[in-house]
Design a protein around this ligand. Sequence first.
Ligand SMILES: [Fe+2]
Ligand SMILES: [Fe+2]
Length: 272
Amino acid sequence: MTGGEPTVGAAIRAALLTADPQAKAMAARKVARDWRLGRLAFAFGEAMPERPARPPAPELLPPSRMPRRGRGQSERGRIALWHALGHIEFVAIDLALDIAGRFGAEMGRGFVTDFLGVAADEAMHFGLIDRHLRAMGSHYGALPAHDGLWEAAHDTRHDVAARLAVVPMVLEARGLDVTPATLDRVRAGGDERGARILERILDDEIRHVRFGATHFDSCAQLRQVNAADLWKSLVSRHFRGAIKPPFNDSARLAAGLSRDLYGEVAMPQGAG
Ligand SMILES: [Fe+2]
Ligand SMILES: [Fe+2]
């Protein structure tokens, strides 16, 4: 790189290092837009940060110390649910930025385009949820949140195939499985606006998982190994949780994940 042309790597890094939630969401959408409009050079001068910047609130707790979320439709329970969903989307912004910035040079322009598109979607999801929380008299940061999500990313920072295997193909795919039941519960509670937000998110997440599965397949081809075997070995090495039914098979299939792939590593229903 010569001259002062801004690079996509530097823009991604700056968004990762933005702590304020609204500012990070805006920065993510701006990087995606600038990249799409050809305003950023395909260059990655600096390393991505070990950890992205986070705001002072929410307080981050290990999953075991998270207060239990009450069941039912109490106002407090509803706020806790949306706060937890908002946190997932907030961390998802950083996950998408990090994969694009860390592995973009190796994986190419199409990969950067796909995952910056994901980052912009996650920023939009976060914004919708934060607005919904505010309509309920709360906001993102009002409650503690769990700190487990970034760990999967950190553990796979040296291998793009491992990152794709765990983040889009396990964690985001898990979102496809659990969202329909949440959506039904939200709708049954009379929160139609919330239900529409979740429908929107579910549609977008199918695409995110599909990007993950597609780029994972290219990694496997490049390494001349069977994609299913590579996925299973990376998941067993890098993912400590269980792959558990019930699965949303139709959404998974739409995302390019076949039952042959995850059916074999799945624990029997009710186990774990
Ligand atoms: Fe999302
Ligand atoms: Fe996503």
